[in-house]
Design a protein around this ligand. Structure first.
Ligand code: SF4
Length: 485
């Protein structure tokens, strides 16, 4: 997972590029980079695993000058990369996850290709994408060729002498949005990056759409795809509250999810609370709907800590999870508390570092209300750190069945007995009084897009559209790999 920001102006744009990129800091904790164009390319990449983007780049900004630039906050590998090619020099950054990266790299190596960069012996995804793009007749042709070869997802920015090329993933899993400010053009993953910098949104790019931004404006370079399957998780968890995707604001969707969780809930709690940060707005919605007082039994010590999900090492995630949420005994002691959260992925941090703290501080009851329906399948389009066996649902099913089972369909029926027994198992495992998940149909309603336009793979294990599935299989695209349930 990464966040990308690009800018093309008639004057120096580095300050806006710096802040625009910084507004993606919640999307990655490993590497960050900036590239600018001023007669030639100049780039900087830093490891930000134990520091913030701002502190690493602030002192370098005066030395970076340019009228065009791209920036990235990355959770996986160093980027942007500068490439010398038949298209001239360019710099490239990407956001996505390529499932068949080794297959594609092996093909290239077999035909005499080389790779210069690796992180922990993994292929640098951005380098692989750059090499695929360079196989095209033109940059646009090369980007479309890359789309046709990968299984997974990839949005990207390419900084050239001509301007900034922006291409949204072929299936639209990740967003890209273009905006304008007095003749300056910018493109972003998170629209939050525009709100305090005076930009007006001009276009939510369509899936597979490629545009060129320069001082002449925005030029369309291809005919985009029609079918969208944007990641639903963006609204529920990963997106920043002020951002909008496809014109739909994240905060508002979270409020609606919280209201859905409260409707028909039979718990009469003393306190409605969120697990900070992304559970907070779900809790506000829950409190508004149920008239339960919204309070903060847990507060997040923000300075210095980043998200606990994204660092790749489990020990680092655990350490951050243990330290960052601080309990307030005066609010917890003796109370029945409904805690809203975005999702239960593994559940281990929730159990060990959140629930335990709340019990230790005297809670009478702990009820979890979860905005994401139970996650049944690990993401294969953007988040590479989850495996199927890690998911709380899969551990529950294995425990209930006494073995791993291939067909989990009975556990996906929200009204069925197997679903209930799975939720009961997770409730006991997490040591809470009760758990309820938002229904999949309610989550789709809360987002407000037709279900055909959303990726629901986490819950259903299949592409939203049969047509996409067939196209993907033909073209080696997102669903080229069969879905083993
Ligand atoms: S599988 Fe889940 S996390 Fe991945 S893109 Fe689809 S909805 Fe988002």
């Amino acid at each position: 997972m990464s966040g990308i920001f690009g800018m093309a102006s008639h004057k120096d744009c580095v300050e806006t590029l710096f802040h625009g990129t910084d507004y993606h800091s919640h999307l990655g904790t490993q590497f960050a980079g900036l590239s600018v164009w001023s007669n030639a390319l100049k780039s900087k990449i830093h490891d930000i695993s134990w520091t913030q983007f701002k502190s690493k780049f602030f002192e370098e900004i005066p030395n970076l000058k340019g009228t065009m630039g791209i920036g990235v906050i990355s959770d996986s590998h160093p980027q942007p990369l500068n490439i010398n090619s038949k298209f001239g020099h360019f710099s490239i950054c990407t956001n996505g996850f390529i499932e068949n990266d080794h297959e594609l790299a092996d093909e290239m190596l077999a035909s005499g290709g080389t790779f210069s960069d690796s992180v922990n012996e993994k292929i640098n995804m951005t380098e692989l994408v750059a090499k695929l793009v360079c196989k095209g007749e033109t940059l646009t042709d090369g980007i479309e060729y890359m789309f046709s070869k990968i299984s997974g997802s990839c949005s990207l920015l390419v900084l050239t002498a001509e301007g900034v090329y922006a291409a949204r993933d072929r299936w639209g899993y990740s967003p890209l949005v273009v905006a304008e400010r007095n003749g300056e053009w910018a493109v972003t993953t998170e629209t939050t990056a525009f709100l305090n910098q005076g930009f007006t949104i001009k276009k939510f790019l369509s899936p597979g759409e490629i545009v060129l931004l320069n001082s002449s404006g925005m030029t369309g370079k291809n005919i985009p795809e029609k079918q969208n399957q944007i990641c639903s998780f963006l609204w529920i968890y990963t997106g920043f509250p002020a951002s909008s995707y496809e014109g739909i604001n994240v905060e508002v969707v979270r409020e609606r999810s919280g209201r859905n969780l409260a409707k028909g809930d039979d718990i009469k709690a003393d306190v409605a609370a969120g697990i900070p940060d992304s559970g907070t707005t779900h809790a506000i919605g829950y409190a508004m709907e149920s008239q339960t007082p919204f309070r903060r039994p847990l507060v997040k010590y923000t300075p210095g800590f980043d998200r606990s999900y994204t660092p790749p090492a489990q020990s680092t995630r655990d350490l951050i999870a243990r330290l960052k949420l601080v309990p307030i005994r005066d609010i917890i002691n003796g109370n029945k508390i409904v805690f809203c959260d975005d999702s239960i992925v593994r559940g281990t941090q929730l159990k060990n570092y959140t629930v335990q703290k709340v019990w230790e501080n005297g809670a009478k009851e702990i009820h979890l209300r979860i905005a994401c329906p139970p996650l049944m399948f690990p993401c294969k389009y953007n988040y590479s750190t989850r495996t199927r066996a890690e998911l709380a649902t899969r551990r529950a099913i294995k425990a209930l069945e006494g073995q791993e089972v291939q067909d989990v369909t009975p556990y996906m029926d929200e009204e069925g007995p197997k679903f209930k027994s799975m939720v009961n198992w997770i409730t006991k495992e997490l040591n809470v009084t009760s758990i309820k998940f938002q229904k999949l149909s309610d989550m789709i309603d809360a987002i407000g897009l037709p279900k055909e336009n959303l990726c629901l793979y986490c819950w259903k294990g299949e592409c939203p559209s049969k047509k996409n599935q067939a196209d993907g299989e033909k073209a080696g695209g997102c669903c080229a790999k069969t879905v083993a349930i």
